[in-house]
Ligand binder design. Structure first.
Ligand SMILES: *Cc1c(COP(=O)(O)O)cnc(C)c1O
Length: 382
């Protein structure tokens, strides 16, 4: 077990991820596959740890944003099929083929370039990306789709395994734009001469809300981590989700500040009376951003505010009384009967839960819980 020598850690509950995958997979009709989306180091949770438990729980396929992320999973021994959702350079086709990774084709000229790179004995598996209204990546015109199909017909080194699109508003209560995208994608499917094996469109939000857009696979990211795709649709979740990410630290120093003395850079906090202040070994370089000044943390189930500016590596908490060094402090998650959710931190930062879990940096060691015990610790520094 890798060690860490600092009193700050994120705890990743893999049991919760297992349960989330299982409960969502069990809802699906027979034959509908599930992609577990583990891009961005598994939304900050750890890519291969999440990949492994998601596959155990019934996920069929993995998805990442970039080829490097896919190769990284292969190097850690993950053998399941992996789809790269983002743009892969056509000049990296032979690398993708070498590692047995499925890539996204989003323009016919991509194939012409990719063919130059691919070695004669290699084959490359593709999913065609359609832009039905996200305006990000994908073909829009019938002619482009026809060209892709014709090119692949003439070049058996390429295999079209799937076709997909991505919804822009499926987490919003107003379904008008979602419906338009759904219709557009249906039309695009009708342009195909041969329907590929795997047709997919749904992210977490749409897979939880709209059965009709399952097609024969769904791509599940945020909900697998137990987080709601948006606050707006929280009440629409058909299954309970269990948050997997929590963040903890410990008091490393406790001292009494006299009235009139200040805390941290800029001396922005000056108590009017004597006050107990604790120092925490976490700061903005860990992803605990300066904008979080004033947010509450939990000690012994009590909510206490961070005071003064958050530094690069440390921040300070106002204590109700003298507390012992070594006391556990929870920044995200349960502590006693109190909880700070990822959403609460997101609201404080005026952002979404996705960004909060992604922003906790690799300097923070991850402690993995499986079958209710610590399974392993991952410290990217050691
Ligand atoms: C990130 C991503 C997903 C997963 O979305 P969630 O909202 O996290 O479920 C699915 N599809 C594509 C193309 C993505 O980029």
């Amino acid at each position: 077990m890798e060690a860490y020598y600092r009193d700050t850690w994120a705890e990743i509950n893999l049991d919760h991820i297992y349960d989330n995958v299982k409960v969502m997979k069990d809802r699906l009709p027979e034959g509908v596959k599930m992609f577990a989306v583990v891009k961005a180091n598994g939304y900050g949770h750890g890519d291969w740890q999440v990949a492994q438990v998601a596959l155990e729980a019934g996920a069929d396929y993995l998805a990442v944003a970039f080829l490097d992320e896919a190769i990284s999973l292969r190097k850690k021994g993950i053998e399941a099929p992996i789809l790269v959702l983002g743009a892969t350079r056509p000049s990296d086709s032979s690398v993708a083929a070498y590692w047995g990774i499925t890539v996204t084709v989003f323009h016919p000229t991509w194939l012409i370039e990719a063919k130059k790179d691919l070695k004669e004995n290699q084959t490359l598996t593709l999913h065609i990306k359609c832009d039905s209204g996200m305006g990000r990546l994908g073909i829009k015109d019938r002619q482009d789709l026809v060209q892709i199909e014709e090119f692949v017909e003439d070049n058996p080194q390429f295999i079209i395994e799937g076709m997909y699109t991505h919804f822009a508003t499926s987490d919003e209560l107003d379904v008008t734009y979602y419906e338009n995208q759904y219709t557009t994608f249906q039309e695009m499917l009708s342009w195909l001469k041969i329907r590929p094996d795997i047709i997919h469109a749904s992210n977490s939000a749409s897979s939880l809300r709209f059965d009709k857009s399952h097609f024969n696979a769904i791509r599940v990211g945020i909900s697998m981590y137990g987080l709601t795709p948006s606050l707006e649709m929280e009440h629409l979740l058909p299954v309970p989700l269990k948050e997997a990410f929590s963040l903890h630290t410990k008091l490393v120093h406790v001292k009494k500040l006299k009235a009139g003395e200040s805390v941290s850079y800029g001396a922005t906090y000056t108590p009017e009376e004597d006050e107990w202040i604790g120092t925490l070994p976490i700061g903005y370089a860990d992803g605990w951003l300066r904008k979080l000044q004033g947010i509450e943390v939990l000690i012994r189930g009590e909510r206490l505010p961070l005071v003064g500016r958050i530094c690069m590596d440390q921040c300070m908490v106002k204590l109700p009384k003298r507390l012992e060094v070594g006391e556990t402090v929870t920044l995200i998650g349960w502590n006693g009967n109190q909880r700070i959710s990822v959403n609460e931190v997101a609201v404080k930062l005026n952002t979404i839960n996705y960004e909060v879990v992604c922003m906790i940096s690799s300097r923070v060691p991850r402690k993995y819980i499986r079958n209710k015990n610590v399974q392993c610790i991952h410290n990217s520094l050691l």
